[in-house]
Design a protein around this ligand. Structure first.
Ligand code: SAM
Length: 276
């Protein structure tokens, strides 16, 4: 659908795009097809977050055996039900993705799955953290985000944007930029460019259950050293120093300077200590 068609569809139902829900609908069908292709939908069942009016959903349905789409807005759900009434491979869930029980979706998404989303900007970080810390067997993702949010996936240690999301994404996935889309590819137009990232799960890394907690602790006060942040989290000075030394990390280091591998060492060591 182009911008005029979307406007007419919404107007006919007495609706306007809900800015509070980050509703900027994609009006570029070629981009939707490219994103669906890059998401891994041709190989795996796919989870879509925020299908909206179905721009990306339509492209995913063409490729995937099963699309599970989670949308918060009842008005969008009703339009999607009509638009895709004959699609046997679409399961719509009307709920806030942050409340979605991902364990309950596992049987629908199989042993490996894909994720595709044009993410609502107001809730990008919690949605991405939920995906990156979930136990879903995600093999591929294609995520459309505002440019600044995308930089947090691709940035390097030492930058302002570097944080827990960066470490989790880069530890578990190979992150690539697929394309940049200007505001004119959406209705209504957002204020900034969007970037589509692809994330391909690294086969050689094991899940570190302690990593999210270590990251939350390490980045809790960005200006403090890692040692002091560990101490604020309840570790004694001696234990925190010993932990850092075992991981070959300087006690004077700040979290933002450490590469993802250093956090992986820290999480591994932490888990080993906890299981003693
Ligand atoms: N996928 C559509 C597209 O590309 O045109 C719509 C994308 S729009 C940027 C974001 C969509 O996410 C909207 O449909 C919005 O209602 C939905 N949404 C916002 N917050 C959500 C949440 N917490 N859980 C699920 N869907 C949400």
């Amino acid at each position: 659908m182009n911008a005029g068609e979307i406007k007419a569809l919404l107007q006919a139902r007495g609706l306007t795009p809900n800015r509070a829900l980050g509703q900027n609908f994609l009006v570029d069908e070629a981009a939707a097809a490219a994103i669906a292709g890059a998401s891994g939908a041709a190989k795996f069942p796919v989870l879509e977050i925020g299908p909206g009016l179905g721009a990306l959903t339509e492209a995913l349905l063409r490729l995937s055996s099963q699309v599970v789409a989670v949308e918060i807005d009842a008005a969008m759900i009703s339009i999607l039900k009509e638009r895709f009434s004959s699609a046997k491979n679409l399961l719509l869930r009307h709920e806030d993705f942050l409340d979605t029980d991902l364990d309950a979706l596992k049987p629908l998404l199989g042993t490996q799955c894909a994720v595709a989303a044009n993410l609502p900007y107001y809730v990008t970080t919690p949605i991405c953290m939920k995906l990156l810390t979930s136990e879903l067997p995600i093999a591929h993702m294609a995520l459309m985000l505002q440019k600044e949010a995308a930089e947090r996936f691709t940035t390097l240690p030492g930058s302002r944007q570097y944080g827990p999301l960066t470490v989790l994404a880069q530890r578990y996935y190979e992150v690539k930029t697929l394309m940049t889309l200007p505001p004119a590819r959406y209705y209504p137009q957002p204020d900034v460019d969007s970037v589509v990232l692809t994330l391909c799960h690294r086969p050689d890394v094991s899940v570190l259950p302690a990593l999210p907690r270590i990251l939350a602790t390490a980045f809790s006060m960005r200006r403090k050293t890692l040692l002091n942040n560990l101490r604020s989290a309840g570790l004694s000075k001696e234990s925190a120093e010993a932990l850092l030394e075992q991981c070959s990390i300087s006690p004077a280091a700040r979290a933002e300077a450490l590469p993802p591998e250093a956090f992986a060492r820290l999480a591994t060591q932490w888990e080993a200590e906890m299981s003693k």
